[in-house]
Design a protein around this ligand. Sequence first.
Ligand code: NAP
Length: 279
Amino acid sequence: MALLIDGKEISKQIKDELKQKAAELKSKGVEVTLAVIQVGDDPASSVYVRNKKKGCEYVGIGSLSYELPGETTQEELLGLIRELNGRRDVNGILVQLPLPEHIDEDTVIRTIDPAKDVDGFHPQSVGALCIGQPGFVSCTPAGIIQLLKRSGVEIEGKECVILGRSNIVGKPMALLMLRENATVTIAHSRTKNLKEVTGRADILIAAVGKPKMVTRDYVKKGAVVIDVGINRDENNKLCGDVDFADVEPVCSAITPVPGGVGPMTIAMLLNNCIESAGL
Ligand code: NAP
């Protein structure tokens, strides 16, 4: 039977470590504060924002909440970000995506001060990751590295295939695995002989957004399989990009959905907030 990589448990370990660090900072008079901005009332975004605020509370990080109406103009949003950039009592700024169509996400991300870019989406943060300099790392890929390390999965020298090349998951994931000395391949919708490519992976990371697409014929026997996908199946039940029931018997370790990668994203956001305050 494959090892079940428990994201809930590992994220709790991390949050408990962060709780201690936040208390340490507090004892030195440093309060950590995250500003969370949501534009409009997309129900999924509201759930994510609520969970992020709950995470802050658990760890002992202050949160400032800005719930702006859907009609908010881009200039108004940029004005708020600039104000928060200038506030010494705000360490991190998070703008919940997606934004309404009339607002350009790239412009918004570029307006956040890179020193407060706890999501790690600013081009300066991504560039720093690319050339191996310090900076905030996108939370989901950073969480996957923690899942692997804390589950005792060796990364160095391993063949790693990442399925998906988005800016928030696939690309930063590839850079992080490279930083950990894996041999990295990125596959995507134009990749030829996809099963042959993914079948080489010692560590296969699926971030495609296609329910249960990865079946056992994509997976080498004994591989470690990380499922980033959050999708709904034909019965509207939450499922990943990996067909868990089909793949679990052939791999050596696997993350479930829910309860795998998902909980790690918030844990790493909180980690970035603590880092932004200087620990
Ligand atoms: P995305 O921006 O839609 O990117 C999907 C990637 O998969 C693209 O690079 C695309 O290739 C590739 N792809 C799509 N269909 C494919 C196919 N049939 N064969 C090979 N490659 C294919 O998605 P994302 O934002 O990276 O998210 C991926 C999944 O992770 C989604 O289910 C999302 O909900 C989930 N997610 C979870 C978390 C978390 O905290 N757990 C965080 C972020 C995202 P092209 O580039 O060629 O189009």
